[in-house]
Design a protein around this ligand. Sequence first.
Ligand code: F6P
Length: 338
Amino acid sequence: MQTDAFLTVQQHIQEEQRRVNPHASGEFSWLLSGITLATKVVAAQIRRAGLVDVIGSAGTTNVQGETVQKLDILANQALLSCLGNRGNVGLLASEEDEEPTVTLRDPRYGKYIVVFDPLDGSSNIDVNVSVGTIFSILRRDINGHAERSPEADVLQPGIQQVAAGYVLYGAATLFVYSTGNGVHGFTLDPLIGAYVLTHPNLTMPESGPYYSVNEANSASFPPGYQKYLSILREGKAGRVYSSRYVGSLVADFHRTLIKGGIFLYPPTGRYGEGKLRLMYEANPMAFLAEQSGGVATDGHGRILEIQPKSLHQRTPLAVGSRREMSLLAEVLQSAPAG
Ligand code: F6P
């Protein structure tokens, strides 16, 4: 999907901002360049995994009780330091840290909040499989600010995201984002060190050939999900499906965005509320899915309308093409509660 005009992500966001507001100050593109810079640092380390000592566990666990990989720490530090001095980011909330980091207390200056998962699917690094960085950008509410804790500032439903995106460290390094005007993808050109527009106006196909779920958990899925999956497997949904599951949300979502189909992480015996995190996994993906013509739900309603109660809250997630998602809604509605 090579485009004729050579356009970097910085130029693209500046043009987008000017289209919406001819007097845009450029500070949003400055914020975004903090993210692109950090992800180039991460990409450089990933590309050298095995040659430099970045593979494996750091010997600690994070707030989720999950093993922290060395690259998790590196990616977290890269994002914190590249975004912490932008001058317009007031709060940074990371998967790796229990509480948000306050970089600018006054919301008139620190207008933006960036919520991120610095390295999603990081255990895949050990086996040279794709991983990703996910981010969600929110605006800080100035009203009544003095009475709110930093966490309360962050707890906004996904519908209020001003931008969201991810970087997929795969065969190529891809930056995919939306500010609410469609979804655009950029490939990191390692020779010039810039993300170049390669996937303008991405649209998720109306239907697709893949379903993506951790089937090992299927015995403990609620009955509706089990029924839905058996309908797909038995070819009763009007087409033949293949299953694909990487175990890195960014990679599984990216395939779903490009090829269509459905990705699911339902409630399981181990994770009654689902495993994925609402604020830095489900919300950004739901924003991108809707912006590209797809649908994202927690099995009951729209992901983007969930009012978060805590930063690290989990949620079930089903995201994908309109046709697969509408069949899921139908099946879940008619199934007994699990
Ligand atoms: O939340 C972290 C994560 O690695 C996601 O990237 C991925 O979708 C999911 O967990 C995989 O979980 P499991 O190994 O339980 O299938």
